[in-house]
Design a protein around this ligand. Structure first.
Ligand code: KPL
Length: 299
C-alpha cells in the first residue's frame, strides 16, 4: 500500500517504521522542509533495530496514496488536514490518531466525502533524538469509522494489526476514546504539574485527588452514554499507572520541553461535555487551569 503519514512525532514515527517493515511504501508529510527523512527505528526487541529513509512532502505521492494516517496532536489536526486538501482525493481513507477528543466535527466539515476513521492507541514510543524512535510499551489500538464511508474500512484494522498488534475495529470508536480520555484526565495533568513519572502517582498523597478526578469523569461519561463507575475507572487508572510506571506521560514531556500540551482536547473536552450536561467538575477544572498557567509561563 502507498501510505502518507502526517506528523512523524514519537507515535507517528513508530507507525511509519512498523508499516515500512511490512513492505508498505511510506511517504511523510512534514512541517519541516526537506524531501527525505532518515529514521532509526528500534522495536521492542533489540533485534528489530532498522534505519529507514522516507520521501517527504511530495504532493504527487500524497495524491497517489491509498491511505493517509494523521498522528499530529489534537490542536494541530485542523491545520494538518487543511494543508492536504489541494491534493487529497475524495476516495482516500483518512485515519486520525491523537490523544483526547473534540476534533471530529471540524474534520468531517473539511472532508465531507473521504472515509474518515478515528483511532486511539495505547502503544508507547520515545524519541531520544529527532531521527530516532523506540517502541517502549505495547497496548491495543482501536479504530472506527465516524462517517458512512469510514464505517466501511474495517480492513484497515487488519493492515495496522499486521504492523503493530493488537488493533481492533470498533463500531463505536467513541467508547475506547472516552476510556483513554478518562485515563489521560487522571494521569497527564498530575504528572505534568508535579513533573513526575506515571508510577509516582501510586503514592498515597495522590489517592484522594485521583478518586475525585475519576468521580467527575465517570459522571460525565455516564451522562454522555458511556456508563462507568468511579471504582471501575479508578481501577483502570491504577492498572495504567502500574503498567507504565517508569514512563513519563506525553503531557509531562510537553511541559518539560515547554511545548503546547493537549490539555484542551483531554480535560478541556471533559469540561465542555460537563457544561453541556450541567455537571460540576471542580477538580478537573482546577487541573485544566494549572496546566494553562504553566503554558503561559513558558520562557
Ligand atoms: O497516553 C498516555 C500519555 O502519556 O499521553 C498515558 C496512557 C498516560 C501513558 O503515559
Amino acid at each position: 500500500m502507498k501510505i502518507t503519514l502526517v506528523g512523524a512525532g514519537a507515535i507517528g514515527s513508530l507507525w511509519a517504521g512498523a508499516l515500512a517493515k511490512q513492505g508498505h511504501s511510506l511517504h511523510l508529510w512534514r512541517r519541516q522542509p526537506g524531501s527525505t527523512y532518515t529514521l532509526n527505528w528500534q522495536g521492542s526487541h533489540l533485534s528489530s533495530a532498522e534505519t529507514f529513509s522516507f520521501d517527504c512532502n511530495q504532493p504527487h505521492q500524497l495524491a497517489d496514496s491509498n491511505i493517509i494516517i494523521i498522528t499530529v496532536k489534537a490542536f494541530q489536526v485542523t491545520d494538518a488536514v487543511t494543508t492536504l486538501l489541494p491534493w487529497l482525493s475524495a476516495e482516500t481513507p483518512v485515519v486520525i490518531m491523537h490523544n483526547g477528543m473534540g476534533t471530529e466535527d471540524e474534520v468531517l466539515t473539511l472532508l465531507p466525502d473521504n472515509p474518515v476513521i478515528y483511532a486511539t492507541t495505547a502503544q508507547a514510543a520515545f524519541r531520544p533524538d529527532p531521527h530516532s524512535v523506540r517502541h517502549t510499551g505495547n497496548g491495543p489500538t482501536y479504530l472506527g469509522g465516524v462517517n458512512r464511508a469510514g464505517q466501511e474500512c474495517a480492513a484497515l484494522a487488519e493492515l495496522l494489526h499486521a504492523a503493530l498488534p493488537p488493533c481492533h475495529w470498533q463500531t463505536d470508536i467513541h467508547a475506547p476514546q472516552w476510556q483513554k480520555l478518562a485515563i489521560n484526565c487522571a494521569v497527564n495533568p498530575l504528572t505534568a504539574i508535579h513533573q513526575c513519572r506515571n508510577g509516582d502517582l501510586s503514592a498515597p498523597c495522590y489517592a484522594d485527588e485521583l478518586t475525585a478526578i475519576c468521580q467527575e469523569v465517570s459522571a460525565v461519561m455516564t451522562a454522555a452514554g458511556y456508563p462507568v463507575t468511579t471504582d471501575a475507572l479508578r481501577q483502570q487508572v491504577i492498572t495504567v499507572i502500574n503498567a507504565t510506571a517508569t514512563n513519563y506521560s506525553s503531557m509531562q514531556q510537553d511541559v518539560a520541553h515547554q511545548r503546547p500540551t493537549e490539555i484542551d482536547a483531554i480535560t478541556g473536552f471533559l469540561i465542555q461535555q460537563a457544561n453541556h450536561f450541567q455537571i460540576a467538575t471542580p477538580v478537573n477544572t482546577r487541573l485544566w487551569q494549572q496546566i494553562k498557567d504553566l503554558e503561559q509561563h513558558y520562557g
